[in-house]
Design a protein around this ligand. Structure first.
Ligand code: SF4
Ligand code: SF4
Length: 433
């Protein structure tokens, strides 16, 4: 089975300029009384907790470890461990135990990590990525070191700074302001993969970010800055890999000699290996068509969405709060969830209730699907619980990009149905096993 071509996709309004009109700013840590860290991993496995109620912590103290991949979690404030309480986990979609840290408002830093030089052995760089608990900051949250552990035959590290979802601008701001750090982190990843080349991909017409990256990379002939078309979902890994290499793969880009990381992750690699800093804060975009003063804001990991939203003026109307971009996120019930390190945006959109009508069989969902699927046929198979057909139609290759719902003239929530179809198919397959 081969995945993905650049067929499908389409240009959609970016609305990115609105969050760039205001300078990015830092959420005052004094406004954050508590931070919250989930005690289960994405696969629902419990974390090993390293602290107990009443323990003192600093900014960067290791508080728990995700055991499957040994990924540590660090406190984002100094203070004390206050409690364990139940909250909604955005990653799993269920309530789980959260470790609550009470801020003492001193922001006392933990000792920095051991710094690693670029000429270190690749095994030492991978070990440092593991020690720093680095995870993909483009949304997936997958442990970075795992991608680089014992890899062979990698020719290129592809840094994804495309940021194709509407409204989101953190990668653009980062590339403009921190281009040297992104290039530096990319060079470490190149070394970890033993790759000949780095390509940093950025969307066309982002001149300021492109020029900053080109300048930062000018001393490194192995680093190329590549502009790619402004077409959604160009930032999806498989779409971007095909655009750059004109090759497809089955499961992982490593099959064709490529490892992909987000540009914010590359910057976090620099921060950890060069400056000894773990991820305790991140830049996020707060935007959408009901935010009167959208902007980018630096927030501590584990802060509640409701605390962040107090910094913004919202139009007085009903809205949907989306943890992430408008194409791929499902609305949150309320703003009481905590922000994990891999979340890059809060998008607030006017609530519009569409009344779906019958499918016109216009084929728009099929034409635009970047994975080359036939969503309309999958919906029919889903309605009839025809598992063989769902398998034949390669339902599980859907990447939840949201484009089929976006283009559907009948206002059918095609993407939601795709998600449900994937769930029932997975359950069916595991029962069969
Ligand atoms: S886009 Fe909507 S109306 Fe058109 S075929 Fe797909 S589901 Fe049917
Ligand atoms: S959500 Fe899935 S089915 Fe719909 S367009 Fe995207 S990849 Fe295709």
């Amino acid at each position: 089975m081969k995945l993905f071509a650049t067929k499908g996709g389409r240009k959609i309004p970016g609305n990115k300029h609105i969050s760039l009109e205001r300078e990015p700013f830092v959420l005052d840590p004094k406004k954050v009384e508590f931070v919250y860290f989930p005690l289960v991993a994405a696969n629902n496995a419990p974390l090993e907790v390293l602290v107990k109620e009443g323990d003192k912590v600093k900014v960067g103290t290791k508080i728990a470890v995700q055991q499957q991949f040994s990924v540590p979690l660090f406190s984002s404030v100094s203070g004390s461990v206050a409690a364990v309480e139940k909250r909604l986990n955005l990653t799993t979609g269920r309530a789980c135990d959260y470790l609550v840290i009470k801020n003492d408002f001193k922001m006392t830093p933990e000792k920095p990590l051991k710094k690693v030089k670029l000429d270190a052995k690749k095994e030492d760089i991978v070990a440092a990525l593991k020690e720093a608990g680095l995870v993909g900051l483009g949304g997936a949250g997958f442990p970075t070191w795992v991608k680089y552990n014992n890899v062979k035959d990698i020719h290129t590290v592809l840094i994804n700074a495309v940021e194709c979802e509407p409204y989101l601008t953190t990668d653009f701001v980062m590339a403009k302001v921190n281009a040297e750090k992104i290039v530096s982190g990319a060079l470490y990843l190149q070394k970890a993969a033993d790759a000949a080349k780095v390509i940093i991909a950025i969307k066309e017409k982002k001149e300021e970010a492109r020029d900053a990256l080109k300048l930062a990379a000018s001393d490194y002939p192995s680093v190329e800055i590549r502009e790619v078309p402004d077409r959604y979902p160009m930032g999806w890994e498989a779409t971007l890999v095909y655009e750059v290499f004109k090759k497809r793969y089955d499961r992982l880009p490593a099959e064709i000699g490529v490892i992909v990381n987000n540009s914010s992750t590359a910057m976090a690699v620099h921060d950890a290996l060069v400056d000894g800093k773990v991820i305790t804060e991140r830049l996020i975009t707060v935007s959408g068509n009901i935010v009167k003063n959208p902007s980018n804001i630096v927030v501590p990991v584990g802060v509640l969405a409701e605390t962040v939203l107090k910094e913004f003026d919202l139009a007085d109307q009903e809205f949907a709060l989306l943890p992430g971009g408008p194409m791929t996120s499902n609305p949150a019930k309320d703003a009481s969830f905590a922000l994990p390190a891999c979340l890059g945006a809060l998008t607030l959109m006017e609530k519009i209730e569409y009344r779906p009508v019958a499918c016109l069989r216009c084929g728009a969902c099929t034409t635009h699907c970047p994975a080359g699927l036939q969503p309309v046929e999958i919906l029919r198979a889903f309605d009839g619980r025809d598992y063989n057909r769902l398998e034949k139609l390669e339902t599980l290759r859907c990447v939840d990009c949201g484009l089929c719902s976006y283009v559907c003239p009948s206002k059918i929530e095609v993407t939601d149905m795709m998600k449900k179809a994937k769930t029932i198919l997975r359950v069916h397959q595991s029962r069969k096993k």
